[in-house]
Design a protein around this ligand. Sequence first.
Ligand code: HMG
Ligand code: MG
Length: 298
Amino acid sequence: MTNNNDITVYEVGPRDGLQNEKGVIELHDKVEFVNRLSNTGLRKIEAGSFVSPKWVPQMASSANVFQQITRVESVCYSALTPNLKGLEAALEANVDEIAVFAAASESFSQKNINCSIEQSIERFIPVIERALENNISVRGYVSCVVGCPYEGNISPNAVALVSQKLSDLGCYEVSLGDTIGVGTPNAIINMLNVVKDATPVEQLAIHCHDTYGQALANIYAAIEAGVTTVDSSVAGLGGCPYASGASGNVASEDVVYMLEGLGLNCGVDLGKLIDAGNFISTQLGRASQSKVAQALAQ
Ligand code: HMG
Ligand code: MG
């Protein structure tokens, strides 16, 4: 187990959770959702993304979300930025942190951001430089770290290479995404063992989807391997528009419950988190996918 008892829960619900929703979600509901999350003790909230609205229409209101939320000083509000155009919009919206997003699979990179892995890294160089010049911290994502919907199994070396490049370019943290949720603990550990050789484990986060019900087991394995930042999405919202079959992200409520059981501190109030998850689930017209929220509702 990690020596450090503090785990950061990086809430991605307002972005990763909602980006794939087809129906209209009213702006005031998105704002209320982020505001509720802001009062749970979370320190990191990914509140939107500045991507092409043709590619991801649901995120087109991100600038308005950032403008209207009530910011809590202890919370870092972040957004995805695939290129300089996105970065300019993010700076305008006064984000605290941006994220660039690459993949360990060529096919996924093409489907998701319409360029090769190498081209994406080239594209990120000025984005990262300009963000850092503006004192905005930069996070990197690597998608498909164990499996890809188009290419099947992904080599840990491919993940290590992209992670190292993102870290070398100035990303303070690289989030490793099991985008389609096919990983099992052994696959996660094998991948991490290779990635850790090139990028210090303190700089790695784990981002699990629960398609095959493995997310919590995979997160536990990653924590055992020294990872101290866990991405999750309240109510288990999510899926990825370019990863067919990807179910929701692991539910934040379930992660927090597990961390509490392990005696690890994340500073998040589980009751308030469940309220935020139930709020957005009600707006979406369906039940929360969090097992903990379901159990405590009975
Ligand atoms: P492209 O079509 O190659 O780009 O898309 P382009 O430069 O030719 O631009 C096309 C149009 O988009 C132009 O508009 C641009 O102005 C506009 P038009 O002239 O046709 O009217 N445009 C933009 N508009 C607003 N904001 C921008 C922007 N950039 C261009 N930033 C591009 C390339 C990267 C833009 C596109 O592919 C894109 O936006 N992709 C984003 C896809 C996305 O958001 N995917 C989901 C996030 S990744 C994920 O979920 C995985 C992750 O969660 C980890 C995991 O789960 O494993 C991170
Ligand atoms: Mg995701």
